[in-house]
Design a protein around this ligand. Structure first.
Ligand code: RIB
Ligand code: CA
Length: 316
């Protein structure tokens, strides 16, 4: 079977790191490149972290691109409180040595999509949508060439994790998220509504730690560090592992359940800035613009991740 061509747009972030590792451990997927964006931490650190994760996975050949260092309109808001000062706190890391590509991520997104057949490439943005939106504005002809966008962001029944109304990725760059939802590209959204139904457990993290590989040890250390914030905030035994949901959906869509809905993003009121307003009961009678995921087989999700981590090299 021909691997599905994907591009991961990311602001690593420990959960982004697990999404990247899941993708690189899955032969069903061909990761054409990783585009970095400012989000959890500033851009220089998201680039560093993407390099560290690819080196950990034994993929020094991966093309990594530096993207936008700030949102389209608003000032950058970061999340060191969740991810630590480096954005990848938890394990002990050496500094990376693999290269970053010379071309800007937005320019590469345009270039690679313009060279692709219609629908050939899937985008998996798991940070603020800035790079993807900027590419769409710079070259609208890429829009029909994007086969699907599977993104982590937003929240409706669960509300927000950054303000009462907004989830972090959409809160940081609501204008970019609005561009994406208006684009007409087929979108599958993994919001907090579903990611909060699949929480890590200490036992599962330990089962990753004991895989007997550098990947297992570092992944467990990342998740132990990263999960503590949400465990305290929500009073649960484990935190949600947000970003790998996008990759898991591509690998095993049967793990998930959702509904076609119309979504708009608040970009005016400071009180609800970045809120994903979901017309869940079709009151506006607008054409749906996304498949909004709200159900997940949590055990299947975590079994899938652990199983694919075993495909990665034992020693990085
Ligand atoms: O709200 C969760 C999202 O914000 C995840 O993508 C996490 O990595 C942060 O970027
Ligand atoms: Ca992220």
């Amino acid at each position: 079977m021909t691997p599905r061509k994907i591009i991961i747009d990311t602001d690593p972030g420990q959960d982004d790191a697990l999404a990247i590792l899941l993708a690189l451990g899955s032969p069903e997927l061909e990761v054409l490149g990783i585009t970095c964006v400012a989000g959890n931490v500033p851009l220089p650190l998201t680039i560093r972290n993407a390099r560290l994760v690819c080196e950990l996975a034994g993929r020094r050949d991966m093309k990594i691109f530096a993207g936008c260092e700030r949102p389209m309109v608003r000032d950058l808001v970061t999340a060191e409180i969740v991810h630590g000062e480096t954005g990848l706190d938890g394990p002990d890391w050496d500094e990376p040595s693999m290269p970053v590509q010379d071309i800007h991520a937005v320019d590469w997104l345009v270039e690679v999509l313009m060279a692709a057949d219609d629908g050939e490439i899937t985008l998996c943005p798991v940070g603020p949508i800035t790079n993807v939106a900027m590419a769409m504005v710079r070259e609208p002809r890429i829009i029909p060439r994007i086969g699907q966008i599977v993104t982590m962001g937003g929240g409706y029944f669960v509300g927000g994790n950054t303000t009462p109304a907004a989830e972090f990725n959409v809160y940081v760059d609501p204008h970019a998220a609005a561009v994406m939802y208006r684009s007409g590209v087929p979108i599958v959204t993994m919001p907090l509504d579903v990611t909060h139904k699949a929480l890590m457990s200490p036992e599962w993290i330990e089962s990753v730690r004991t895989l007997g590989s550098d990947v297992g040890r570092k992944a467990a250390a990342m998740m132990s560090f990263y999960g503590r914030y949400d465990m305290k905030r929500y009073g649960e035994r484990g935190g949600p592992l947000h970003d790998p949901a996008t990759i898991a959906y591509l690998l095993e869509p049967g793990l998930y359940g959702g509904k076609d809905v119309f979504v708009e993003v608040e970009t005016h009121s400071e009180i609800t800035m970045g809120m994903t307003v979901v017309d869940y009961w079709h009151r506006l009678e607008r054409e749906p613009n996304c498949h909004w995921i709200s159900e997940v087989d949590s055990d299947g999700f975590y079994k899938l991740i652990r199983g694919r981590l075993m495909n990665l090299p034992a020693k990085s």
